[in-house]
Design a protein around this ligand. Structure first.
Ligand code: SAM
Length: 262
């Protein structure tokens, strides 16, 4: 069986559409997992995916890459706190609608909730939706236990205020209930599912890097269409939109873009 046929069968079994992802990367990750499990060829890999649920989970884990942390790229989050969010707060009479897509273990949407709380907003003055394809990581996000490595960029003052150390597990902290309650989590496939509209800010960080240029363009268009006019798109630090005006976007600073229907 060649990789093309493997990919089609695996897509059906795992309910993932691989079209749109950088295929070389999917193949590299598949090959490395097969080596680790002593699987000789793609046909045997399909057989194992059919029979062995824990292997199926391992494959999905390897494919999705859930790396995330609070205040990932601190400079960008400072800019969000000092410029972008105050702009949205000053110019909006309605609830501020924010979507973290994809959100992984929740560090990203919870960082935004902490910042909004620090800026003096009440829970009923904003709405944060956080979505991801991986249902296991969403379960973890809702529980909100974090190890100190994902909290390394959290300033001490915020650490004391929002994180409770677990008495028996020195390295683990749980996020305060107030912040946990301010984020709503939802399973969503960003490539295949429909998006809801009316967002003031969409964070789509460290996801475009896995996609082909064509897929990136399709998602940029989908995100922009569902942003309110003057709303912001916040990408990862190594992600850029080539020719943003094509999508009615203006580049603002760092990895921030603003929708502007001229
Ligand atoms: C590296 S994390 C990014 C998390 C966060 N935005 C950040 O920058 O820290 C990438 C996430 O994309 C998710 N993902 C992969 N394919 C997806 C898809 N088609 N739809 C939604 N989420 C997807 C993975 O499950 C993973 O949690």
């Amino acid at each position: 069986m060649d990789f093309e046929s493997f990919k089609n069968e695996a897509a059906y079994l795992l309910k993932i559409n691989f079209d749109g992802y950088k295929l070389k990367r999917v193949q590299r990750r598949t090959d490395s997992l097969m080596r680790r499990h002593n699987i000789e060829d793609y046909k045997k890999c399909i057989d194992k995916l059919k029979k062995d649920n824990s292997f199926k989970d391992a494959y999905l884990k390897k494919f999705t890459i859930n790396t995330s942390e609070f205040f990932r790229n601190p400079k960008s989050f400072k800019y969000l706190e000092n410029e972008i969010l105050p702009d949205l707060i000053n110019k909006n009479n309605d609830k501020i609608k924010i979507w973290s897509a994809p959100c992984s273990n929740g560090s990203e949407p919870y960082t935004v909730a902490i910042i909004l709380n620090e800026l003096g907003l009440k829970n009923n003055e904003y709405e944060i939706l956080a979505s991801d394809l991986d249902k296991d990581i969403l379960k973890k996000a809702k529980e909100a236990y974090y190890s100190s490595s994902s909290l390394k960029n959290v300033p001490d003052k915020l650490m004391y205020k929002y994180f409770n150390p677990l008495s028996d597990e020195k390295n683990l902290y749980q996020l305060s209930r107030k912040i946990r309650n301010s984020v709503k989590f939802e399973k969503k496939d960003l490539i295949n599912d429909r998006y809801s509209s009316g967002w003031n800010l969409i964070l789509s960080r460290n996801f475009f890097i896995y996609l082909t240029k064509e897929q990136k363009d399709i998602l940029t268009e989908k995100f922009t269409k569902n942003l309110k006019n003057n709303g912001y798109l916040f990408l990862g630090n190594t992600e850029f939109i080539f020719n943003p005006r094509k999508f009615n976007l203006d580049k603002i600073k760092l990895s921030f873009y603003q929708k502007n229907l001229k």
